[in-house]
Write a protein that binds this ligand. Structure first.
Ligand code: 3H9
Length: 709
């Protein structure tokens, strides 16, 4: 295979890694075998006193163990064997008897970092592409090639748990501050610096490490203190995962075991836990999600031959409100483009610019960007009440009030002011794009770009296309969405598009349950237990009750009875309860913090006093209302594939990732079983639960959404 090339000069061997035919370096079976032989040679070569390990791939040191190999694992025994081989590799490296310098540029993740940790010294480039971390738990497994042992010993238990348990990928600067890497350099001198360090190491120099920062050290150093750290970490994991994801707790166990009984015992524990997790359902689902989102990064968003996307250098945003300013900020931050914000009056423009700057400043505070970068990025933002600057925008996004007349007015103006080859996008969450495009001379350049709030945190973007939207416009919007750091799905124009369409029946059902007397707590807890990050009533408060009401009316008008909204929603908004933003909703809010349920709401929505809904039915009614609608929308071709539908639900709504998404979940349940459940629910609670034709057909033909499990 020849992934490695070695050159020796002045007693330093420079070992280059470049896995042929692959976009990234990863530790495959072949790489393991080759490095085994190579290490034997280097160990016995008297002309080699130190080694530099460097990658010649553009932006990848080593992206980890080969995930494709995990997918092929069929049993715990196989998984155990695989992990033991990985461990043997890093142990050989650590015990080579000659110092090794890891010269890191690009992704240094998972098994890649474990290799680096087994080296004597780590030099990394201070470049945005250099990401350092142990993301294994995101794939439902744990760092098992010594990562749970070596990282805590290098940077302290507390810091190591911070990195491992959330699967964090650190920027190089952060990794340096934590002590994960020893030295930061400009990419141009990585090779040279690594070589010089190796030469010094060959002469007997050894780095003296002082853990940077004192936080946590006192706790780390004694058993009692560590117990506090473990308990705190466990509590945080349970809070974040709701107990649905076993990997972080397993990683905690591996770290703890290793600290208590030594590295060898710790690695035995890593191997045992990895073997169990790697063949488990949760890991399988999370790996599928990893591959689906990776595939989406390359999907242009249209079928057949895709035209090249038009480069977006100038972005126009109309409407400097909450959404508009956040879109502008993220475009500046992630894509580095010029952004022109427009609103009808100067105070609104000023507020919008201020809000956008605040988002940029929050990155400085969290040390994601430097003050210098802030100043450069901030200059890319400008605004006004006229249309100056729109004559050279490549993409214009309107984010004005959700009202067709207002949108039409903006569209007409954009049609007049932007160049002919500019893509015009609407950030509507409900209004059909076809209607919005009616007033534009060339409707083929109009589409929807549905961002989710808060834009800087939500990973999904729905690009909505009509029958008229041209391919060049679609690929341009999708490519720019990716530049903004979003996972992009392209969906067909229909009321609610994909995400809100499948969300609406779920939220409506939650409203019905409330009206039937089920408590807010019971509803929310049922769904967080199922695996959603928040329950539907909390979600309503977050979305805003006015926004939810408007959306539900549009969907009711389009789809009729099965989308009938809860009557109480209108009464809630009449009572000026708009959710978190108005500090009054189903919950109470004080000083930005959510307090308990506001008991007054039961009266406002005229809930029946006692609930007769069996507990199990609460969860089934809520989930199946969403699952049934998802199957129906797939049948209508709203999403291009089940993959897109599942990614949209997981990233847009927080559908439990460990269940793989609504369509994957339906496959797991089986269409026949799903139809039977829906029929029972329909009999008990009404026609809205009648199984959709797609599920009925699938049940009859024993079909699935995905070809195999
Ligand atoms: C691990 O290491 C376990 C150990 O602790 C224990 C062992 C005993 N394997 O995302 P991109 C592919 S677990 C296989 O488009 P980017 C990816 O699928 C591993 N394939 O590029 C894609 O393939 P294709 C822990 C991998 O620049 C191509 O590379 N590591 C792997 O946007 C390009 O990827 C991780 O979890 C892999 N490890 O992002 C890191 N990595 O072209 C996972 C990448 O055929 N990877 N590929 O579609 C990532 O986070 C991103 O891919 C990365 C590059 C940041 C590296």
């Amino acid at each position: 295979m020849n992934a490695f090339t070695t050159q020796v000069k002045d007693y330093v061997a420079r070992v280059e890694l470049n896995l042929p035919g692959e976009p990234v370096n990863k530790i495959t079976r072949g790489v393991r075998d080759e490095i085994d032989g190579l290490l034997s040679e280097l160990a016995s070569d008297a002309a080699v006193r130190a080694i530099v390990l460097i990658s010649t791939k553009p932006d990848s040191f080593i992206a980890g163990a080969d995930i494709d190999e995990f997918v092929a694992l069929r049993s715990r025994e196989e998984a155990h064997e695989l992990v033991r081989k990985g461990q043997a590799l890093v142990n050989r490296l650590a015990q080579l008897g000659k110092p090794v310098v890891a010269a890191i540029h690009g992704a240094c993740l998972g098994g890649g970092l474990e290799v680096a940790l087994a080296c004597t010294y780590r030099v990394a480039t201070d470049h945005p592409k250099t990401r350092i971390g142990l993301p294994e738990v995101q794939l439902g497994i744990i760092p098992a090639a010594g990562g749970c042992q070596r990282l805590p010993r290098l940077i302290g238990v507390r810091n190591a748990l911070h990195v491992i348990l959330a699967g964090r990928q650190l920027a190089a600067r952060r990794a340096f501050r934590m002590g994960v890497v020893d030295e930061l350099v400009h990419p141009a001198i990585l090779d040279q610096v690594a070589w010089e360090v190796a030469a010094r190491l060959a002469d007997g120099w050894r780095p003296k490490r002082r853990r940077r920062g004192v936080a946590g050290l006192a706790l780390d150093r004694n058993p009692l203190g560590r117990r506090v750290v473990y308990a705190g970490a466990r509590k945080q994991v349970l809070k974040r995962t709701g107990g649905h994801y076993p990997a972080p707790l397993a990683a905690l166990k591996a770290v703890r075991h290793g600290i208590r009984y030594g590295v060898e015992a710790g690695m035995d524990m890593e191997a045992a836990l990895f073997a169990e997790l790697a063949v488990g359902d949760v890991s399988r689902r999370l790996v599928q999600i990893f591959f689906a989102s990776t595939a989406l990064k390359k999907d242009p968003g249209v079928e057949g031959e895709a035209p090249p996307p038009k480069p977006v250098r100038n972005l126009g945003v109309v409407g400097a409100g909450f959404m508009g300013s956040s879109i502008g900020a993220v475009a500046v931050l992630q894509a580095g483009v010029d952004v022109r914000l427009r609103d009808t009056d100067l105070p609104s423009v000023a507020r919008g610019l201020k809000a956008a700057r605040k988002i940029l400043a929050s990155r400085v505070k969290r040390r994601r960007i430097t003050k210098h970068q802030y100043l450069r990025l901030e200059r890319l933002l400008s605004g006004g009440t006229g249309w100056e600057g729109f004559g050279r925008v490549d993409l214009a996004i309107e984010a004005v009030f959700e009202d067709l007349d207002v949108k039409h007015e903006v569209m007409r103006a954009l049609d007049r002011h932007v160049p002919d080859d500019c893509v015009i996008a609407s950030n509507t969450s409900t209004i059909p794009i076809e209607r919005i495009a009616e007033v534009v001379g060339q409707p083929n350049r109009v589409l929807g770009m549905h961002f989710f709030s808060p834009v800087e945190r939500m990973p999904l973007l729905e690009v909505i296309v009509t029958d008229q939207t041209a391919s060049w416009a679609t690929v341009t919007a999708a490519a720019f969405g990716r530049e903004m750091g979003k996972t992009v799905i392209v969906v067909r124009d229909c009321p609610g598009f994909w995400v809100n369409r499948i969300l609406a029946p779920y939220l409506n059902e939650a409203g019905r349950l409330l009206e039937e007397g089920v408590t807010v707590d019971a509803i929310d807890k049922t769904m967080t237990k199922y695996g959603f990050p928040v329950g539907p009533i909390t979600l309503l408060d977050e979305i805003g009750l006015d926004v939810a009401q408007k959306a539900s009316e549009v969907l009711y008008e389009a789809f009729g009875e099965r989308m009938r909204p809860m009557a109480g929603l209108a009464r809630m908004t009449e009572d000026r309860r708009l959710g978190r933003k108005s500090r009054r909703g189903f919950y109470r809010y004080e000083q930005g913090e959510r307090r308990g349920v506001d008991e007054a709401v039961y009266e406002i929505i005229e809930a029946e006093i006692a609930s007769h809904v069996p507990r199990g039915d609460i969860g089934r009614r809520l989930t199946y209302s969403m699952l049934n609608e998802a199957a129906r929308a797939v049948d209508e071709g709203v999403v291009r594939s089940p993959r897109d539908g599942d990614i949209g639900a997981v990233f847009g709504i927080g559908f439990p990732a460990f269940r793989g998404g609504p369509l994957r979940y339906l496959d797991d349940v089986g269409a026949a079983q799903a139809v039977e459940t829906l029929e029972q629910l329909a009999e008990e609670y009404g026609e809205r639960f009648a199984p959709c034709p797609r599920l009925q057909r699938m049940a009859a033909g024993a079909e699935r959404f995905y070809p195999s499990a």
